[in-house]
Design a protein around this ligand. Structure first.
Ligand SMILES: NC(=O)c1ccc[n+]([C@@H]2O[C@H](COP(=O)([O-])OP(=O)(O)OC[C@H]3O[C@@H](n4cnc5c(N)ncnc54)[C@H](OP(=O)(O)O)[C@@H]3O)[C@@H](O)[C@H]2O)c1
Length: 258
């Protein structure tokens, strides 16, 4: 069953007691509504540390996906060492961020998988220009998940990445479900959402998340938020009934109008 999780880019790159408490409150809400998949990266400044702190004493309740984002093996090893300290010595999904130096990092992650410190290995890219390279890494058979952008106005993954992921049986994590917030700047009127009420959709963010998770090739969507209450709203999109082709087309049309 697909799930709503959360991202930490920008939102968790904070320092100081008030913003870190707020991040902790976002995690509280996420765990309370079983949105327990958390994505981070050393690229996101303080985010891994802040997430690790928010998970202290409840690490087992979370699925932690982070990344290695390093131009050299030594820097990659240092990042992994830090992440292991933040996340209790194990990472559920270790991803190679933007495919940076993937040939160097993959054997290191494979060793950690053998020793049980990493449960699964993945690769991410945000840019359609790199999807050919991402497909090449998928075909090596050495990763079991990819993270890609997908929403009604950014659909490049439909041509190669999603069909290939389905063929290879790979997990798909969807970044930028709200187009980095752009899809949230103008919201369709409530009356336009009425045809989706039978699918449990009460708001525009829920319509967008359900649009993603109703594609059986997608497994996790990771919206980011600074607002703890929005985790409750977002998680509301993570259960059936799922949209069929008509509802997905309808949400795409609404997205095109905003
Ligand atoms: N691997 C990569 O290359 C890569 C690249 C980009 C992103 N990512 C991952 O994907 C995650 C998500 O992508 P993203 O952060 O770029 O953008 P996003 O999740 O598409 O959009 C985030 C924006 O949506 C708003 N939002 C969230 N829930 C909302 C709700 N219920 N109602 C209204 N607004 C809502 C947030 O504002 P508020 O804070 O005000 O709620 C925030 O500004 C990142 O955090 C990161 O973990 C990975």
């Amino acid at each position: 069953m697909p799930v709503v999780g959360m991202g930490t880019w920008r939102t968790f790159n904070v320092r100081g007691s008030a913003p870190e408490s707020n991040a902790c409150a976002v995690v509280d809400h996420a765990l309370a509504v079983r949105a327990n998949f958390f994505d981070s990266s050393p690229m996101y400044g303080e985010a891994e540390r802040v997430l690790g702190r928010a998970l202290e004493g409840r690490r087992d309740a979370a699925i932690v996906a982070t990344k290695v984002w390093a131009g050299s093996p030594a820097e990659g090893r240092a990042q992994i060492k830090r992440a292991m300290l933040f996340f209790g010595g194990r990472i559920d999904l270790y991803q190679i961020h933007n495919l940076v130096s993937w040939r160097d990092h993959l054997p290191v992650l494979e060793k950690l998988k053998e020793s049980g410190q990493v449960a699964a290995i993945g690769a991410t890219h945000y840019s359609a220009g790199a999807f050919g390279d991402l497909a090449g890494v998928m075909r090596t058979g050495r990763i079991t998940a990819v993270q890609i952008p997908y929403n009604p106005v950014q659909r490049e993954v439909e041509s190669t990445i999603l069909p290939l992921a389905a063929e290879l049986g790979l997990g798909v994590v969807v970044m930028r479900p709200f187009g980095e917030g752009a899809l949230m700047r103008r919201v369709p009127p409530e009356t336009d959402l009425k045809p989706l009420a039978a699918f449990g959709v009460r708001s525009w963010p829920q319509a967008l998340l359900k649009w993603i998770l109703s594609d059986p090739r997608c497994h996790v969507a990771i919206p980011a938020t600074l607002n703890p209450g929005r985790m409750d709203e977002n998680a509301g999109a993570g259960s059936p009934p799922w949209f069929g082709p008509d509802e997905r087309a309808y949400v795409s049309r609404l997205s095109g109008r905003i």
